[in-house]
Design a protein around this ligand. Structure first.
Ligand code: ZN
Length: 466
């Protein structure tokens, strides 16, 4: 049950299991399994209660011992004796006559043997012993409570009838957990979700519902999924709980079907999962910023336009990366300046594994030289992989690059936010700084940083390609 390929088999098994155990009405014996709640707690027994000829039969020992009574079986007389407080009820198997403190009474259905367990008509026995018996039709639940308890009315509207798990087909839906309900709920009041930590779990509670005793726990072992297991149980007397065990905190998107009876819980791909060699090739998207006529984006006195530096470094990086067997896609191949949206679309519609935007920096009003200086790299906040990529590129550049390291930073920049792959933006020094513009103009320095960038990129890709 731990391999993803086995899910179909598990699912079929669940269907067969439900069929075998009489989840639906069994025409041959005219019985239907029901849920059991004793003193507000959902109870499982190896023989579950069932309905026969309009009467609910329950396993004698499991039910009446948990209510504090005693249950004795006599093999010779084929009788079961249930005792609680001052009352003794004796039932004979397949006999409609019972005795209550010695007096004979007639039953609608007799006690019988099922799977080596004695099952007896619950209402008759429980009420004779002074317990309260209730029936919740919508969730097929029999409730039994001690007489001393306050009026027991677990407000139960239905059951979780099935939980299944499948692989999604997009980054936003890597893994989908589907929860089927016996009755419709409203999205506003029907369920509550919580994220718990140490260990990480996502919890979905369905209020006024119980979990069907036949819903199986599921385990999942898929590298790209944050999910490892799904467990379903009664959290309290009137709340069913689905717990998703996670490798990391991951808040899924929960949606309710139009008929209110199916909850879909969609988890994103594990944030640390990245397998660029999955398609057999490594592909880097390089994005040389701006264009020849982009306003601003030039040094004081018009010595350097930023686009020219960006193009030169991108082209050199392309050659270094291709020499390492990496495919390179340029978001722009001429001097034009496509919109940021178009640059992202170019990347998102490609086989690109990562996105690297190439820039140089500026400070001040653009007419005057300023002292701002140094190299920095940006990634979108919270992206673990982009942070790894940025760090690998920074580590490759220093100390060889020879200018100040302003560090790995997070930023809400359009191209690193709107690309759906690990993405960074490099600012290679300031063209508004008199010393750094000399480096930015230098073919030798451009070649050096291009090689460092390529080294960092290859190291990052290889670290995720075993
Ligand atoms: Zn720029």
């Amino acid at each position: 049950m731990t391999k993803r390929l086995n899910f179909t088999a598990v699912f079929i098994f669940i269907i067969l299991f439900c069929a075998m155990t009489g989840q639906t009405v069994d025409a041959a014996t005219n019985t239907t399994d029901v849920n059991l709640v004793i003193n507000n707690k959902q109870v499982s027994a190896d023989v579950m209660p069932f309905i026969q000829n309009d009467r609910t039969l329950v396993p004698a020992r499991a039910v009446f011992e948990s209510l504090g009574g005693t249950v004795k079986w006599d093999q010779d007389s084929y009788t079961v004796t249930v005792k609680y407080d001052t009352t003794t009820v004796i039932l004979k198997i397949n006999d409609k006559t019972a005795t209550v403190n010695g007096k004979k009474k007639t039953l609608d259905v007799p006690a019988i043997i099922k799977n080596e367990r004695t099952v007896i008509p619950v209402r008759f026995v429980a009420e004779e012993l002074g317990f309260r018996v209730g029936w919740i039709d919508s969730s097929r639940t029999v409730t039994i409570s001690s007489a001393g308890d306050p009026e027991v009315k677990p407000e139960i509207k239905g059951n979780i009838t099935a939980v299944s798990l499948k692989e999604g087909n997009s980054k936003k839906e890597n893994t989908i957990v589907t929860i089927e309900l016996s009755e419709a709920i409203k999205s506003s009041e029907g369920y509550v979700t919580t994220m718990l930590t140490t260990p990480n779990r996502f919890v979905l509670d369905v209020k006024n519902f119980l979990a069907d005793s036949q819903v199986s726990d599921l385990t999942y072992n898929q590298k790209s999924s944050p999910l490892t297991a799904v467990r379903t149980a009664a959290y309290s007397e009137n709340t069913a709980r689905v717990v998703c065990d996670l490798k990391e905190a991951s808040t899924p998107v929960v949606s309710l079907s139009a008929d209110g009876k199916t909850l879909k819980v969609a988890f994103k791909t594990l944030s640390t999962y990245f397998n660029p060699m999955e398609d057999g090739k490594l592909v880097v998207v390089l994005d040389p910023g701006h264009g020849s006529s982009t306003a601003g984006k030039r040094s004081p006195q018009g010595i350097l336009r930023e686009y020219e530096f960006n193009r030169a470094v991108a082209n050199k990086m392309k050659r270094y990366l291709e020499a390492e067997g990496v495919e390179v896609i340029l978001t722009v191949e001429d001097d034009s300046d496509p919109s940021l949206a178009n640059r992202c679309a170019e990347a998102n519609n490609s086989d690109g594994d990562i996105f690297v935007s190439i820039h140089a920096n500026a400070f001040g009003n653009g007419d005057e030289w300023t002292s701002a200086n140094g190299w920095e790299i940006y990634h979108y906040e919270g992206s673990v992989l982009s942070n790894q990529l940025a760090t690998a590129i920074a580590d490759a550049n220093f100390p060889g690059i020879g200018i100040r390291n302003r560090g790995v930073k997070t930023g809400n920049l359009y191209v690193i936010k709107n690309t759906n792959m690990p993405a960074v933006l490099i600012e290679h020094g300031f063209y508004t700084n008199l010393e750094e513009i000399e480096l930015l103009k230098s073919d030798e320095w451009r070649d050096k940083v291009a090689r460092y960038n390529a080294d960092g990129i290859v190291k990052f890709l290889k670290s995720h390609s075993e």
